[in-house]
Ligand binder design. Structure first.
Ligand SMILES: Nc1ncnc2c1ncn2[C@@H]1O[C@H](COP(=O)(O)OP(=O)(O)O)[C@@H](O)[C@H]1O
Ligand SMILES: [Mg+2]
Length: 256
């Protein structure tokens, strides 16, 4: 039995399948010709994230984290370099997609969680999640996802009737209901107190470990990185380190 578990663990380590492959991505904002300040938000960033990995992208404010996540989410385009998505052993160059196919990528492959939730204020929790589910065919059941995030009994409330943490849970449900392969979260705990932040991180952890999604969390809070399978550090638009963490901690072991 022990032998079997050990074998399974070894297999888990060796069966890593690249999912997100970034090669020499740069992003430049502004145009000198139009008298705009030229900002290199990303400078030659390269890394690979494997399927099912929980990755934390860590860096101070202004480092380029949101720029990076927006490119991964298909909401922004790189100025240079390529971003390859491995989908069922087929490599798709996201940087080469036209607007229609990029929209399909955003809709079908990505679930995105924003720092300030970005819920529709005039829709209930249920309706916010339902709208997202209606965009795709392979979606999960709305009620089930609301139950999963612990909001089954609050589904008829409007965002203004929910706490920050509850709103963020609706936002996670909205991203997750599409059954996306990749869940991206930009500073998902940035607007929350540490206790509520801990619940949100536990939920994202569950999504990676129990649903097998590739989850990328962007944060400036180093404490969160202890749970990551991979930690990518960004500074001044550059990837300054990319480490695999052999024995990540559980969310309840984070020292906030
Ligand atoms: N749309 C934009 N136009 C011009 N500069 C931008 C834009 N978006 C981000 N930047 C700049 O790019 C740099 C990286 O920003 P960002 O990716 O938001 O960093 P982070 O999320 O790590 O705080 C910053 O200097 C920021 O001012
Ligand atoms: Mg940011």
């Amino acid at each position: 039995m022990e032998e079997e578990i050990k074998n399974q663990e070894n297999n888990k380590k060796t069966m890593q399948i690249p999912h997100i492959i970034l090669k020499n991505i740069s992003k430049i904002y502004g145009d000198e010709k139009h008298d705009e300040a030229v900002i290199k938000a990303l400078d030659d960033a390269s890394f690979t994230i494997n399927k099912g990995e929980l990755t934390v992208i860590l860096g101070p404010s202004g480092a380029g984290k949101s720029t990076l996540l927006n490119i991964l989410g298909g909401m922004d385009r790189a100025s240079k370099g390529s971003f390859i998505l491995n989908e069922n052993d087929k490599n798709i160059d996201i940087t080469q997609l036209d607007e229609t196919n990029l929209a399909k990528y955003r809709r079908n492959v990505i679930g995105f969680v924003f720092q300030f939730y970005n819920l529709m204020p005039s829709l209930t929790a249920y309706e916010n999640v339902y709208i997202a589910s209606s965009l795709v065919n392979k979606h999960y059941n709305v009620e089930e996802v609301l139950n999963l995030v612990g909001l089954g009994d609050r589904k008829n409330n409007f965002p203004s009737q929910l706490s920050g943490g509850e709103q963020q849970r609706v936002a996670i449900a909205r991203a997750l209901v599409k059954n996306p392969e990749i869940l991206l979260a930009d500073e998902p705990t940035g607007a929350l107190d540490s206790k509520t932040g801990a619940q949100i991180i536990s939920l994202l952890y569950k999504v990676a470990k129990e649903q097998g999604k590739t989850v990328v969390i962007v944060t400036h809070n180093k404490a969160i990185s202890v749970i990551a399978d991979r930690i990518i550090q960004v500074s001044d638009g550059k990837i300054v380190s990319d480490q695999v963490q052999e024995n990540p901690k559980k969310p309840n072991e984070i020292e906030w």
